[in-house]
Structures are given as structure tokens and as C-alpha cells.
Write a protein that binds this ligand. Sequence first.
Ligand code: SF4
Length: 110
Amino acid sequence: MTTATGHEDWRADGACMHADPDVFFPVSATGRALEQIAQAKALCARCPVRQECLDFAYEHDVIHGIWGGTTPEDRQQARLRARRPDREAESLPVTTTPGAHDSRARTRVT
Ligand code: SF4
């Protein structure tokens, strides 16, 4: 299957293709890493293959790095929400995560 721009591999169309990889693999979720995460998410927000990237991360249980505009913590929270019984999930307050395109990562329980 080819992407919208004719590539076989969606990664070739990624907005991060020539970006600093360190930005997408911050060493923590605090301090300077927060700036890196924000930079990565900004790139992902305008990436033409964001959905493919996010799908790949979920399908392969990728636990490190920013994929499809989500951090490992974002994806872990989405996985946990998906496993909760509906009644429990309905009772929790939910906020919208700006920039998240995938429905699995669109909401965050606070
Ligand atoms: S969504 Fe983000 S991490 Fe994925 S290919 Fe695009 S820019 Fe790279």
C-alpha cells in the first residue's frame, strides 16, 4: 500500500524525517524533556502520516518515544482506558488533549 505521496513506507513521509531524533526520545517527562516533547508534538501535529504512525505504535506496543503525537504515558493511559469497564470510565472526569488525532489518545482522564 502506498501513502498519499506515493511512498511504500509511511515513515518516508514523516514530518520528523530530518528532525533531531533526540526530540522524539526524551529521557524523561520532566524538565528540559518537556520542551522536547512539545517540539515533537508540534511536528506531529502537522505530519501527513500521523495516523499511520500512531496506529503502528499501538499495533506494535511501542513503549518508547513520541509516536503520532503521543508520549509513552499518553499511550499507556489510552490502553488503560480501553481496558476499563464502561461504567468505571463513565464515572471519571475526562478532558481533551490538544493535538491528539487518534480517538484512543484524544481524551485524558484527570
Ligand atoms: S507523527 Fe510524529 S513521530 Fe510519527 S512520523 Fe509524523 S512527525 Fe514522526
